[in-house]
Ligand binder design. Structure first.
Ligand code: AP5
Ligand code: MG
Ligand code: ZN
Length: 214
């Protein structure tokens, strides 16, 4: 199963990827997570990406395209993959197509999660995540059993770019640079539009039903 999760910041890409990993036994490829790891480790790529990410802008296409191309060729992608947060520009979508053609693989679905902007801001300001295992939570919509603590026992943290001003910038970048991909994949006839405003489990079930039907 070769999938793309497309949607604005806070739409639930990471949340839904967790279910798809379990369901299909395929890895999540989140460019955001990979870039955050590079920033934390202080690698040359991380140093380059840090400022863009902190301001809510996109990291240059050639950087992310390079990461994804390498990642797709790792053995655990043999059964499939879930791209989360990539592609985000038409140039990235074209590069992905070239890469998949080369590997002799296609896409089984591009899941577009649709969520209103006010809801996105509420989701992102209330998001918390685990720095150890990466699990995500929401203080209101998906709270941890023990306050501020992951089920693995680690204290939860807030992402640096989840401040309201940066969130607004990320939403603007999404509208300008990523929204055109909805049309792009509609034309390629691989688009699956999902109402991401519904409850987390309902969205999960709707995605699975759509993938089974396809
Ligand atoms: P990235 O990490 O990809 O962030 P993003 O796209 O802004 O998306 P988020 O991770 O914020 O949201 P999500 O959709 O995963 O939502 P989640 O499931 O967590 O990118 C970060 C930065 O890296 C970019 O700004 C850019 O600088 C750079 N970057 C990354 N990829 C790049 C690329 N390809 N090209 C260039 N630059 C790139 O859910 C959010 C919250 O809502 C959680 O708290 C969750 O519990 C809650 N929630 C989820 N679903 C629901 C629901 N149905 N109802 C209620 N609450 C819900
Ligand atoms: Mg995410
Ligand atoms: Zn954890």
């Amino acid at each position: 199963m070769n999938l793309i999760l497309l949607g604005p910041p806070g739409a639930g890409k990471g949340t839904q990827a967790q279910y798809l990993i379990e369901r299909y036994g395929i890895p999540q490829i989140s460019t955001g997570d990979m870039l955050r790891a590079a920033v934390k480790a202080g690698t040359p790529m991380g140093v380059k990406a840090k400022e863009c990410m902190a301001s809510g802008a996109l990291v240059p296409d050639e950087v992310v395209i390079g990461i994804v191309k390498d990642r797709l060729q790792e053995p655990d992608c043999g059964k499939g993959f879930i791209l989360d947060g990539f592609p985000r520009t038409v140039a990235q979508a074209d590069a992905l197509q070239g890469c998949l053609d080369q590997l002799g693989r296609g896409l089984d679905g591009v899941i577009a999660l649709q969520v209103d902007e006010d809801a996105l801001v509420e989701r992102l300001t209330g998001r918390r995540s685990c720095p150890a295992c990466g699990l995500g939570y929401h203080i209101k919509f998906d709270p941890p059993t023990v306050a501020d603590t992951c089920r693995c026992g680690t204290g939860l943290v807030q992402r640096d770019d989840d401040r309201e001003e940066t969130i607004r910038k990320r939403l603007q970048v999404y509208r300008e640079q990523t929204m055109p991909l909805i049309e792009y994949y509609q034309q390629a006839e691989s688009l699956i539009v999902v109402d991401g405003m519904l409850e987390i489990e309902t969205v999960r079930d709707d995605i699975q039903a759509a993938l089974q039907a396809g």
